[in-house]
Design a protein around this ligand. Sequence first.
Ligand SMILES: Cc1cc2nc3c(=O)[nH]c(=O)nc-3n(C[C@H](O)[C@H](O)[C@H](O)COP(=O)(O)OP(=O)(O)OC[C@H]3O[C@@H](n4cnc5c(N)ncnc54)[C@H](O)[C@@H]3O)c2cc1C
Length: 427
Amino acid sequence: MNIPITSFPRIIIIGGGFSGIALAKKLSKQEVQVVLLDKNNYHTFQPLLYQVSTGGLEPDSIAYPIRKVLKNFPNFHFRLANVTQIDDKNNTVITDIGNLKYDYLVVASGSTTNFFGNAEVEKHSMAMKTIPQSLNLRSLILENFEDALLTSDLNERNALMNFVIVGGGPTGVELAGALAEIKKGILPKDYPDLDTRSVQINVIQSSDSILKGMSEKASEKAEDFLEKLGVNVWKNLRVTNYDGKTVTTNTDLVFETATVIWAAGVKGALIKGLDAADFVTRSNRLLVNSFNQVKGYKHIFAVGDIACMVTDDFPNGLPMMAQPAIQQGRQLGDNMLRLIEGKPMQPFIYKDKGTMATIGRNKAVVDLKRFKFQGIFAWYIWMFVHLFFLIGFRNRMVVFVNWVYNYVRFDREARLIIRPYKKKNKV
Ligand SMILES: Cc1cc2nc3c(=O)[nH]c(=O)nc-3n(C[C@H](O)[C@H](O)[C@H](O)COP(=O)(O)OP(=O)(O)OC[C@H]3O[C@@H](n4cnc5c(N)ncnc54)[C@H](O)[C@@H]3O)c2cc1C
């Protein structure tokens, strides 16, 4: 890998997501050698992936080169590498570009879509966890309308214009809101020959409310916003299968559809090895103590989505969200320096800064510790927070300008089929 040998302890970080970047920033000015490995050369701002999928933003405005985030730090090294295994006996990570020894290892590999073992659903439905996946979804949505225009088979046309989103969490809700706006504002102009009133957008939620982690008020209001936008919200309904044409559920209800978007869950992106570690089977997350040490190891840590830190307030582990990831990354940076200096580490305490989701133009729900509000003010807050946390001045500017343009013009100009998506068993 051509990493220089120094007298400083070597810390390898796997993953340049929210937690990995926060950690690397803390450590890079210190007397340690930091090696960050990621299979992409960019950081992805996942909260805005749905806007890429729906043509609201270009992908490069939510991605940022990892090398640029950490430029000018002499002890920092980035390598574009897919880590395939951790050899804990020899303190070595095994990657597709070679192996590297570590003094300390931090797993910050995030999460992947959880299909809960249903291989057929996984094969036929669309995930939205990465930029390539979002671009696939964008292409598929647009291709569906092109195909709907060509077919004379009514059932086929309806299936092409029927969208099923599985999961009523923030991702499902935000995506449904964006699709509803496309239906209202874009489709009638782009496809005047198509009866786009028959476009159906369905959100299927297995429990009795959407936005489960948020307040009752936020959940009710979000449902109200969605229904006003014409989205069908199905609660207490569980998807049992999707064969590429038909979604079956735990009731008699079925959906004939060419597009299922799976936003029903995520699981830790586990890497092979770490045989002594404890992990939570259902969510595939590594159990860590309050110092983010992986249980069973002294020199191996985990932060962000992959780490399951159980607290009194969060008996199933801290939420798989950006804030815990960023806060853990920062705190671990301080703790690793303490550890190296022989000082005691400080336990991590999560500061819950609130949760929010937007449901299209002028509509959002925000739950802060003391205040909960919904509507246009919440929407402004949502926009401000997302702009603030985006990495890079150019990205902030581009996203802001796009949002203003889309708002004023009721438009989404990134509705482009750049890389056609070939779905197996297309309707
Ligand atoms: C569609 C969507 C919307 C979301 N919306 C919100 C929101 O509104 N608010 C919020 O707080 N959170 C949101 N989240 C969750 C939030 O993005 C995650 O909690 C956060 O990204 C976790 O940070 P992380 O550092 O653990 O992992 P990530 O940010 O996922 O980064 C993991 C990194 O590890 C790399 N990697 C993984 N495996 C390997 C390997 N084997 N080798 C090399 N590199 C590897 C990946 O390429 C990636 O760069 C959303 C997530 C999604 C998918």
